[in-house]
Design a binder for this molecule. Structure first.
Ligand code: ADP
Length: 221
């Protein structure tokens, strides 16, 4: 589903080669973790995989389409439907309820309001938060906010979930809940790429890759 071929990324500003000849194949339903020290290139990789940035050279095929040379507008359009982002900081809109946050990506896709609220309700139910639907993010615990963010990431039916340090700010119980939810999503057939500092979280994934100074290496399972 995702194929990276000899991806390099050089930031013009400081000539740093943040990714060096990165090749990676991710199949439908894979659960893959990416670990590496600070500055190793994890965010750069996430930005490229998530269609937030383009590589300097190399090819990125998403469902067979070469997306490495898309314009930023074309990337943005594809990103909205193909990628579900989950961040450390949740990035929920504070003035919207949990339900409205989950429904928001569907508004960008032109789904009518009734339908998007119904779908958002089903997604909140699926992450165990049906009873929190009317609450604002600040009225929820960190673990609950992350589950709302995961429901939002699923809303538009993305091809891949891209999670950037999703457990880093959570207490141990919320961390366990979040990882258990990823396990369940994986069992349901979702494709997940988990970027994490936490070796215990990384070990949950079926495939583990590490990144050192911009170079990727798959660890034996
Ligand atoms: P990580 O997420 O593993 O901490 P990054 O992908 O952020 O690593 O960074 C990899 C390298 O690229 C680092 O040397 C970093 O300083 C550099 N870098 C990251 N983003 C930029 C940018 N926007 N402009 C210039 N250099 C950058």
């Amino acid at each position: 589903m995702i194929t990276l071929e000899n991806i390099c990324k050089i930031y013009d500003r400081n000539c740093v080669e943040a990714l060096r000849n990165v090749s990676l194949a991710v199949a439908d339903g894979d659960y893959l973790s990416v670990t590496g020290a600070s500055g190793s290139g994890k965010s750069t990789l996430m930005h490229i995989l998530g269609l937030l940035d383009a590589p300097t050279s190399g090819r990125y095929l998403l469902d067979g389409q070469d997306v490495s040379a898309l314009t930023s507008d074309e990337r943005a359009a594809l990103r909205g439907q193909a990628i579900g982002f989950i961040f450390q900081s949740f990035r929920l809109l504070q003035d919207l309820s949990a339900l409205e946050n989950v429904a928001l990506p569907l508004a960008f896709q032109g789904v009518p309001e009734r339908e998007r609220l119904a779908r958002a309700r089903r997604l909140l139910d699926a992450v165990g938060l049906a009873d929190r639907a009317p609450h604002r993010p600040r009225e929820l615990s960190g673990g609950q906010q992350q589950r709302v963010a995961i429901a939002r990431a699923l809303a538009a039916g993305p091809r891949v979930l891209l999670a950037d340090e999703p457990t880093a700010g959570l207490d141990p119980a919320a961390c366990r809940d979040t990882l258990a939810l990823f396990d369940r999503l994986h069992a349901d057939g979702h494709t997940i790429i988990l970027i994490t500092h936490d070796p215990a979280a990384a070990a949950r994934a079926a495939r583990r890759v590490t990144i050192h100074a911009g170079q990727l290496k798959e660890e034996p399972h």
